[in-house]
Design a protein around this ligand. Structure first.
Ligand SMILES: Nc1ncnc2c1ncn2[C@@H]1O[C@H](COP(=O)(O)OP(=O)(O)O)[C@@H](O)[C@H]1O
Ligand SMILES: [Mg+2]
Length: 408
């Protein structure tokens, strides 16, 4: 039987898909959610937290711990690791030690105090519906469940600053005082935060009880990041696929940007994805440059998408004024405002005041979306000189995105 040309081509496509070499031995190893076998360069933090929690094996209440440090410094990884180790030792010795992990960034878990408490109760096996009961009923069912554990309960609240921003610090007050209402169980809280300043906003009593102990995670340096990446890439890639210089480069870039291991891993993963997509079987330094651009670009677009409507209108006004001009061209707040008002008229939206638009321009500057330098005009007051902060092709994409989004 003779195949026609199209059929021959199709069978070639499938055959070459099978023959195509993959550069990944196990891509999952580079996922953010992957838990590595080795935790490198965190011995003292692992040790410190283990020591604090170890008293639970003697049925004593561990001190509450406040863990903080910038993103990607291994806080979640280390705390989760220590708690799981503790649980397995407790199990071996038939001791009643329990651990609940809450990620406060996950919306449905922690957008109200009710949801938070019912989530923790559910994790402990006490099924409380996610809505509908009076809060005091939820609390008392939660309390009864905790009491029935008859041992030590460790509650980890990750990204705790988000939670406090959203629902205030009353829940923390309640949780850190819960031991007063308990006889058989002791509760200890571990709060994890990327934001160092957030405790300033806490009630003084809450702050001092949350920070009975503090463990600080510092940024990784380039050498530490290189070790972390090397360890991971041995499992993720076939041998010889990733050059040492690539790992060094990812480590160096991430070390410069806040010593973030997540960023380093992202860079390596995206570099390899770009190489693979281009049918290249070696990851090279220029792939890292491309990856860096892609990651920055994606983040930029993401930030723009989450802006409020008047922020978007203001940004659109700026782009409308600047995109047709040479790079480095600047406009003043007044020009932006006039353009903004005309855009509002076009879509029949009531404009807000120039003062507010000036604030928005400042916000866009803080977000790194545009540059806005204050300029003194002597007795004519002050204005901002607005210019572009990124390359034009990025702004052109944003311009079109906003145009659709705002029906302009
Ligand atoms: N010391 C380390 N060894 C191995 N991998 C690490 C280490 N520190 C962080 N990572 C990895 O980097 C990513 C970010 O770590 P994470 O614990 O989530 O940071 P944080 O909670 O401080 O933001 C995770 O994928 C984690 O597995
Ligand atoms: Mg974390």
């Amino acid at each position: 039987m003779t195949q026609n040309i199209v059929q021959q081509k199709i069978s070639m496509v499938f055959k070459s898909a099978i023959d195509k070499k993959s550069i990944f031995k196990n891509k999952r190893v580079l996922d953010i959610s992957y838990i590595p076998d080795n935790i490198l360069h965190r011995d003292s933090e692992l040790y410190e937290i283990s020591k604090i929690l170890s008293v639970s094996l003697k049925n004593e209440r561990p001190s509450n711990v406040f863990v903080y440090g910038p993103t990607g410094t291994g806080k979640t990884l280390v705390v989760d690791y220590v708690c799981n180790e503790l649980l397995s030792v407790a199990r071996e010795n038939k001791l009643s030690v329990h651990y609940v992990y809450v990620n406060a960034k996950l919306k449905r878990i922690a957008d109200t105090e009710y949801r938070l408490v019912s989530h923790i109760a559910n994790e402990l096996g006490e099924h409380i519906p996610f809505t509908g009961l009076p809060t005091d009923v939820v609390y008392s069912r939660f309390l009864n469940k905790v009491e029935s554990l008859n041992g030590v309960l460790i509650i980890v609240i990750d990204e705790i600053d988000y939670l406090v921003n959203k629902i205030g610090d009353r829940f923390l007050y309640t949780l850190t005082r819960i031991n007063q209402d308990l006889y058989n169980t002791k509760v200890s809280i571990i709060g994890i935060s990327n934001n160092l300043n957030f405790t300033e906003y806490l009630d003084a009593r809450v702050r001092s009880s949350l920070s009975e102990e503090e463990v600080v995670f510092s940024p990784y340096n380039a050498i530490q990041l290189r070790d972390i990446l090397e360890d991971r890439s041995k499992k993720a890639f076939y041998e010889g696929v990733v050059e040492n210089s690539v790992i060094n480069k990812c480590a160096a870039i991430a070390a410069q940007e806040n010593g973030d291991a997540r960023k380093a891993l992202d860079l390596l993963r995206v570099s390899a994805e770009i190489a693979e997509r281009n049918n290249e079987y070696k990851v090279k330094e220029y792939h890292v440059d491309l990856a860096q651009k892609k990651i920055d670009y994606d983040r930029f677009i993401e930030v723009v998408k989450t802006l409020a409507q008047h922020q978007k209108l203001t940004l659109f006004a700026v782009l409308d004024l600047l995109l047709s001009k040479d790079v480095g061209f600047k406009v003043h707040t007044g020009d932006v405002y006039d353009k903004y008002v005309s855009l509002c008229n076009r879509i029949k939206k009531t404009p807000i005041t120039q003062r507010r638009i000036s604030d928005i321009i400042n916000e866009l500057d803080i977000l790194g979306i545009i540059n806005a330098k204050i300029k003194n005009l002597g007795r004519y007051g002050r204005t901002r000189e607005v210019s572009l902060a990124n390359s034009k092709d990025v702004y052109e994409k944003i311009y079109n995105l906003l145009k659709n989004d705002l029906y302009l």
